[in-house]
Ligand binder design. Structure first.
Ligand code: 2BA
Length: 144
C-alpha cells in the first residue's frame, strides 16, 4: 500500500530534486560587494551561494547582509561596495548536505533555511535544494 508521506521521503533522491549548479546564481568569494549586489538584484534572489575558484562552497551572501554592512550611522557608505570583498561580509555557516544524504535531512534543514547547498564527496558544489522543489513534490504526491 502507498503510504504518504513516508514513501515520498524514502524514495526521493536529493540529486533528482536539486537545481543543478549551472542554473544557480552564485558569486565568488573574492568578488567586490558591488558585484555581489548586482548578481542579487539581477537574479531576483534574496541570497545566493558563495564559491571559491575551485568551485567549493564558502558561504552565503544576501542583499540584507550587504545593505547592513554599508549602512552607516547617518547615511549609506556606498564606497564600501567597492572596498569590501564578499569574504568579509558573507555568512560562512552554510546549510549543506552531500549528494547522497537522506532526503529527510534536507527536509529538516529547509525548516529554517530557504535552500540547502549540495556538494559531492570531493566537496565540489553541485547545486541547491529549494523549499519550492520540496513543496512542489509533496503537493504533486498529495493529489495522487
Ligand atoms: P528567495 O530569493 O527569497 O526566493 C523566495 C521564493 O521566491 C523562491 O523560493 C521562489 O519560489 C521565488 N523566487 C524568488 N526569486 C525568483 C526568481 N528569480 N525566479 C523564480 N522564482 C523566484 P525557492 O525557489 O524555494 O528558493 C529558495 C531560495 O533559494 C531563494 O530565496 C534563493 O535564495 C535561493 N535560490 C533559489 N533558486 C536559486 C537560483 N537559481 N540561484 C540562486 N539562488 C537560488
Amino acid at each position: 500500500m502507498y503510504s504518504f508521506p513516508r514513501d515520498v521521503i524514502l524514495n526521493t533522491k536529493i540529486e533528482d530534486l536539486m537545481v543543478s549548479s549551472d542554473k544557480v546564481a552564485h558569486v565568488q568569494i573574492d568578488n567586490p560587494l558591488e558585484h555581489a549586489l548586482l548578481v542579487l538584484i539581477k537574479s531576483g534572489y534574496s541570497a545566493v551561494p558563495v564559491l571559491d575558484l575551485s568551485y567549493r562552497l564558502r558561504g552565503i551572501i544576501s542583499t540584507t547582509m550587504i545593505m547592513d554592512t554599508v549602512l552607516g550611522i547617518e547615511s549609506f557608505e556606498m564606497e564600501k561596495l567597492t572596498k569590501l570583498k564578499v569574504a568579509e561580509v558573507m555568512n560562512p555557516n552554510v546549510p549543506k548536505l552531500k549528494l547522497d544524504a537522506d532526503f529527510m535531512r534536507a527536509l529538516g534543514l529547509t525548516i529554517n533555511h530557504p535552500f540547502v547547498c549540495i556538494e559531492d564527496n570531493e566537496g565540489l558544489f553541485k547545486g541547491i535544494l529549494t523549499r519550492r522543489a520540496i513543496i512542489k513534490l509533496f503537493t504533486k504526491n498529495l493529489h495522487k
